[in-house]
Structure formats: structure tokens, C-alpha cells
Design a protein around this ligand. Sequence first.
Ligand code: SAH
Ligand code: MG
Length: 464
Amino acid sequence: MIEEIENYAKEHNIPIMLPDGIEYLCNYIKEHNIKSILEIGSAIGYSAIKMASVSDDIEITTIEKDTDRYNIAVDNIRKFNLLDRILIINDDALNVPVSGSYDLIFIDASKSANIKFFNKFKNNLNPNGVIITDNLSFHGLVEDETLIKTKNQRGIVRHIKEYIEFLNNNKEFITTYIPLGDTISISKRKDNKLVVCPTNDNLEEVLKTNIDGIIVGIKNLSVFPSLQVDINKLKKIIKSTDKEIIVSVNKMIHNKDIPYLEEVLMELNKLNISKILFYNVGVINIAKRLGITKDLVIMQEHLNTSIYSNNFYYNSGVKGSFFSFYITKEELLDIKNNTNMEIMFMGYGYLPIFYSRRYLLTNYFNYINKNKEDNLYYMKHNDEEYPVLESNNGSIIYTSKPVNLINKIDELRSIDYIVIDSFNIDNSEFMNVLNSFINKTKSNKEEYIGFFNTKTIYKVKNNE
Ligand code: SAH
Ligand code: MG
């Protein structure tokens, strides 16, 4: 019966999907348990009938603007007894309002309108849904333009190329291309990678969870309060996991640190790590001089808050930016949309308010003539307690509470890396938080969100 439709299409030059392409699409629907589909361009109902036949609980809405084809499609769908599961609409897809939400949006209509279809219907996509588009090759003409014979074909090829460029530069979606049939593209909403700053105590447990990577500091070169290791220990960690490993050398570098820094950078270059986090811009030149090929990520807690600074560093060879904690969501997304930098942002953890090279705790205890018994103390101010941490590298004062953006995470999908820091958090509490980020389960408490919704405005009082 389906062959009749295929033969009809052949006889009347109706561009239904090619066998390989439709087979791939149907398998994809089956494997990904897709239940609701919106199709743009039904023609005579062939692909809709094939997709509906994958499983009895699939429902399809399909739109066709050509009335003759629409009528034939309705007949065909009736013949397959699928009128109750395939809703076909006779209208121009760009004009018809669509309110449902779908697991799959299949675009297979006028090639010149692909970008418009994509931008209109992405709003009808379920959070984990995909947009699949047919005919990215246009019978090979896109790859080999010498095959183009008519002006009409040239126009279509140009539109398809524009669409491919649109997909490749899309900040919201990530697209893969399947060279089957007439080549189809699969676009999924981007999602952040989750990386954790572990401690020595929770490292093993953290590596067992479904996160994407960890941040590890190098001893005497990192001011991350969490895990700090030497190169040997780093090698052991790399061996023990296939997760992404980001290494931090983010302290203020002084001349006397340079030989050690160079030695470490040369070692890191040979290891299976992905990125190097740094604070001091001197690292850019040192890395260049040493021929370091790992991605550099700049991390200057409070600086780097504009499109200009990020693009300046990007043009200097820096691939990523760990953003200031003190910018709002609007500022964050605005920069993300205007830079090619990979962006990292703190999703959970205590934020450093202040960093000094001085040994503030030691000095304080000397001053009051008492013994310092720990490297972590709390400073009380207006009923809030602020952690103060001293290490070889100096002292850091943190926010009184950890920031927690779990309830905002949907708004941050375009941010490449969300960082979850376990410093100073009780382990079972931390594992709960981590799981909420992994499973995207919202918190029912009101969480501290730092400056996410609030602009930092400095006001000088009249008498100052
Ligand atoms: N998906 C079908 C083939 C579709 S062919 C299959 O594989 O079986 C493309 C169809 O899109 C044509 O029938 C054309 O009339 C329709 N079309 C083009 N632009 C459209 C638009 N803006 N709205 C609705 N249908 C459109
Ligand atoms: Mg097609």
C-alpha cells in the first residue's frame, strides 16, 4: 500500500523523502521514544504516515499549503486509518498559529523559508525536543555547485547554505548532519556541561556521578579552595576517569613563580586535560611562547564584565572565560550572545568577595597575641558569618552563604559550563545539591542567587 504512494510520488514528481532518509528518521523516532510530532510540508502524507506507523501512540500535526496535495494526503491518511492520529492542516505554515508542544519538529517544506520555520516553531519544542530538517544536500548540488543547471536551483542552494550557516552559528541549538537520503540535520537545544570543584574527600564520589568534568587546582599555583594537587596526583586522577579535566593555575603570578609555572604548563600540555584556567594575563604570553595547545580560560572573579574585554581576550587566543560572579543574568546572556568565548559560570558555591596576598588570619592572631589554630575562620558582620580562608597564596573572604542558581538553570542553557563548588559544604548536603543540578530538580526553598537579578550599583553617600 505504501508503495502506491511512493509510485504516485515518482510519477507526479512529488519530492517525498528518500528511502535511507525516512528509514533513519523512523528509527530515530523509535529510539528516542518520540510521541508528538509537528511536520512542516506534508505533500501527499507519505512521511507522516511512515512516522505514525512507528508506534500506535504517536500523534502528528502536519501542515501543507497546496490544496491539491492536501486533498490527496487526506485520502492517503484515511486509507491507512490514521485520521485520528494525524491532524493535517491546509495552510501556509508561516501564517497558521500553532500552540502545541512537540518532541520532534520536522521541517520539509519551502527551502527558502527554513530559517523562518526554525525560528517560529522552536517555541513549540519540548525541552528535550529536536528539530530535524530534510534536504540539506539538495541532490548533491549544495556540495557541488557545478551540477546546478537552473536559476531556480541556484536560489535554493543559496538558501540551504544560508540555513546551514544559521544552524552552525546558532547559540541556542547544536546541530549534527546525517548524510543519508538527501542529508538531514538534527538540532537540539544546547545544554550546559556541569563541572565540579571537588575536595580531596569527595573526589571519588563526585567522579561516580553523571557530571561532565571537574576543576582541579595545581598546588601553589591555584587559589581555588577546593582540590589542589601536584602533577603526579593529577596524572592519577586523569587515569581514574574519562571525565573532562580542567586545571587551574589561577593565582596572581609573581616573577619568582614563573619557572615553576612554565614547568607545570609544559607538563599539562602533555596530559589529557581540556583547559587551563588562569588569572594573570601574563599566562597568555607565556603559554604562547611555550607552544601550549590546551584551551586557555581567563578567570578574573570580578573583572571581565563586558563584550569588549571578552572579545579582546578571545582575539588574543583565549578560548574561554569564567565570568565574574557579580553580573546579572541580562549582562551574562548579552555577553554570551556577542562573543565566541566558551563561558563558564558559577551555579553553586561560596563566592570570593575579596582576595589578598597577605596572611590576614596570621596577622590578626599575631596582633591579638593568640594562636591561629586553623586556616578557616568566620568573620561576623550583621548576624552573617563570612568564611575567611588563608593559604600559602594569601587570604580570601567569601560570601556568607553559597549562591545557588538551581531554580534559574533553565535561563542559562546557552552558558557552556556551570560550575558547582563544594568548598566548605557538608558532604551530604553537597551531594544533594549536585544531584539537583544533574537531574534539574528545582529547589522549593528560596535560594541565595547573588547578583543574578540585581545590578551592582556603587553609591557614594553625601558625607563621604
Ligand atoms: N514531507 C513530505 C514531502 C514534503 S515536500 C514527505 O517526505 O513525504 C514539501 C511540501 O511542502 C510541498 O508539498 C509544499 O507544497 C509544502 N510547502 C512549501 N512551503 C510551505 C509552507 N510555507 N507551508 C506549508 N507547506 C509548504
Ligand atoms: Mg524533503
